[in-house]
Design a protein around this ligand. Structure first.
Ligand SMILES: C[S@@+](CC[C@H](N)C(=O)[O-])C[C@H]1O[C@@H](n2cnc3c(N)ncnc32)[C@H](O)[C@@H]1O
Length: 221
């Protein structure tokens, strides 16, 4: 039997293959994992530590309202929000990733859906009391960073909160994927009617940056 190749090296290859289609490679990557050609990307069953330790979260079972997880991958963060009590939607651009999440989370209360942050359905605009975005924006070529950031902001309901976790950029012009964020790029989530509650540096063991990750919270008035 042929051993699957590492998903990290496949990410480096596919992520730079066609700059005119900056999000097309995600489905190729997830499909390669589904076929057993590469190991499973972004594999984790626990919520990201920056989300799990976020003080803004309610106690388990006490949350009300709707939450959404952007670029949900295998769904660990969405399951966490559901356990807190949110009516949770989780979406990913890759149909194969969504199928894998549904399969892995059989019986879950989370609604897993295929969706593109660059082309959101109208019913999701301004519809979520909590929006969680972890590592999606940094995974896509910076040529569409402004559009992706605007897409994340658009999901937040009046009075709602946004939690963003992204690796901290060390220098200008670093090659990716991922492409970590500079301070002004993380602060850009606080535009268009949102304001920053906190922007902090968090030491996440899985960060691709030596500097750790930004953990930033925003709120819409
Ligand atoms: C780096 S992975 C992170 C997955 C998960 N958030 C985590 O932290 O484990 C980025 C995910 O975003 C998805 N993605 C990329 N572009 C997207 C877009 N435009 N809309 C929705 N999902 C997207 C990818 O398919 C991938 O599953």
């Amino acid at each position: 039997m042929v051993e699957p190749r590492s998903w990290q090296s496949e990410t480096a290859r596919l992520g730079n293959a066609d700059p005119t289609e900056p999000t097309a490679w995600f489905e190729r990557l997830w499909a390669a994992a589904d076929h057993g050609d590469i190991t499973m990307p972004w594999e984790r069953d626990a919520p990201h530590p920056a989300l799990a330790s976020w003080m803004g979260a309610p106690d388990p079972g006490t949350a009300s309202g709707a939450a959404v997880v952007v670029g949900c991958g295998l769904g660990a963060d969405a399951e966490h929000l559901s356990r807190l009590g949110y009516t949770t939607t989780a979406f990913d651009i890759s149909p194969t990733a969504v199928a894998a999440a549904r399969d892995r989370r059989h019986g879950s209360a989370v609604t897993y859906a295929v969706g593109d942050l660059l082309d959101l359905p109208n019913e999701w605009i301004g519809a979520f009391d909590l929006v969680v975005e972890i590592y999606t924006v940094q995974a896509v070529h910076p040529s569409v960073r402004k559009e992706l950031t605007a897409g994340v902001r658009a999901l937040v309901a009046p009075g709602g909160s946004l939690l963003v976790v992204q690796a901290i950029a060390e220098r200008e012009g670093e090659g990716g994927p991922p492409w970590p964020l500079h301070r002004q790029e993380i602060e850009a989530f606080g535009q268009g009617g949102l304001t920053a509650v906190s922007v902090e540096e968090f030491a996440a063991p899985d960060s691709p940056s030596r500097l750790g990750v930004w953990r930033a919270e925003f709120r819409r008035a």
